[in-house]
Design a protein around this ligand. Sequence first.
Ligand code: UDP
Ligand code: MG
Length: 324
Amino acid sequence: MKESDSKHVPDLSVVAPVYNESQCLLILQERLAKALEGLDYEVVLVDDGSTDVSRKLIAEFARQDRRWRGVFLARNFGHQAAITAGLDEASGRAVIIMDADLQDRPEDIPRLLEKAHEGFDIVYARRASRRGNPFKRACYWFFYRLLAGVADVDIPVDAGDFTYLNHKALQALRSFPERNRFVRGLRAWAGFKQTGVDLRRDKRAAGKRKYTFGKLLGLAADAVFSFSWAPLRLVSAMGALSVLVSIVYLVVVLYLRFTGAIGLELRGWTTIIFLIIAFGGLTLLALGIIGEYIGRIYDEVKQRPVYIIADTTDGDKSDSQESA
Ligand code: UDP
Ligand code: MG
């Protein structure tokens, strides 16, 4: 955080995580600069270990315009970690978080700010329409509803990462020490006066999406396990149900046995095999769910930083005392 400096504190920091977005960056620069015209702002581009020329471009932007800053992470730490780095590094009084691929439209920033002026601490974009293939859309739809159903906090349905946070909310988000970060969830958890604005989400301006299906599943798991006990409750429920079924089964068998309906000969081979497999599966599933939490506890206990900054463009500026 750069607030200790006697440097100018802009009204607004726009934070955007960048991972191999060289094809989008020039468009972003142009459209964002236009959208922010007249505001007292800075742009913090967090390079999440890009391997293309994104770094060069960001450094170039910073040279051209001192309001544009680059923060270069030491490797690819992931979208949520990059956002976290951006929030920590932002020096503005308030922040806007947006994707660098222009799926979040810079031209919508005034609409978020409008709501902020009405007195909201947190203004997030609700996806009015989602583009992409039906399977993906169905996955998202299901995920958001599942999360809304199980999470301990009200995580608004279809709310994305595109957000405005005022100073209070920004400080709150910075204060979360946890490693498994699902920023949308943390944002909802923080409380404050929040509202959503229905915004269109464009196709990405260029390049391929960086979220693989695996990464997306990881994010979904982070969301569910960080914000809900439901999976553990499910394990308990499965256990309770098994006990119940076994008691009913015992009673039925004993009854049939004593009424002479079944004899003493050995039968039920199929039943036994089925039960062994079913309960073996259930046990492993339960262990897996518990293991998910233990793994996360282990991650938290290690206390590793969420990201490592390798370099920033702040040192390039002549009047800055700070170097990376
Ligand atoms: N991103 C990142 N690190 C990653 C993956 C993605 O910083 O490991 C950035 C990416 O450059 C983009 C934003 O996060 O600005 C969203 O990624 P993407 O567009 O691939 O995801 P989608 O919008 O398709 O969910
Ligand atoms: Mg995108």
